[in-house]
Design a protein around this ligand. Structure first.
Ligand SMILES: [Zn+2]
Length: 169
């Protein structure tokens, strides 16, 4: 079984204890946000290495790194070979297409990600607004884990999702 399949089985297991899963996702979201903050600081620098090396670089577990690769896949300049045979020593690249990434964050309703202040140095307000509208008009939805109203907000504020970034969702 490849690492991606293992991650999917664990992270999207509907029979798992919901509290434990919520806790895991909340923890994952904080790490994910931290990685995007770093990537967006140097958006044109290619981050490349084995899955294990990147997990070490960002100080996260191998399985979270796999989750991150899964999440960023559609926004990459060149997709990584994450299906079937992904292993700790597979070499992957995080070179992303800035516009695609921004739009995919919008498509996932990840307000806490497309609202990161690092984006303001990459795209001005008008560009962000244009991409937001283009994405919303396209009707594409990126499915992520289900966040319930009483779950902690993925932004890390400590507030409930419904009282924070989930207010208008
Ligand atoms: Zn929030």
């Amino acid at each position: 079984m490849g690492l991606l399949e293992e991650w999917h089985k664990k992270a999207y297991n509907e029979k798992a204890d919901r509290n434990a899963l919520t806790k895991m996702w909340n923890d994952y979201f904080q790490k994910e946000k931290g990685i995007y903050e770093q990537l967006l600081k140097n958006p044109d620098e290619e981050v490349k290495g084995t899955v294990q090396e990147l997990a070490d670089k960002y100080g996260i577990s191998l399985e979270y790194m796999v989750g991150f690769l899964d999440g960023i896949q559609e926004s990459l300049k060149t997709p990584n070979p994450i299906e079937d045979t992904l292993a700790a020593d597979t070499v992957v690249s995080l070179a992303f297409d800035k516009e695609k990434l921004y739009k995919n964050m919008v498509a996932a309703d990840a307000t806490w990600l497309y609202g990161l202040e690092q984006w303001n140095k990459i795209f001005d307000r008008e560009e962000q607004h244009r991409m937001y509208l283009e994405q919303k008009k396209s009707g594409t939805i990126v499915k992520g884990p289900k966040i319930y109203p009483n779950d902690p907000c993925p932004c890390g504020s400590g507030k409930k999702y419904k009282k924070c970034h989930g207010r208008n969702v």
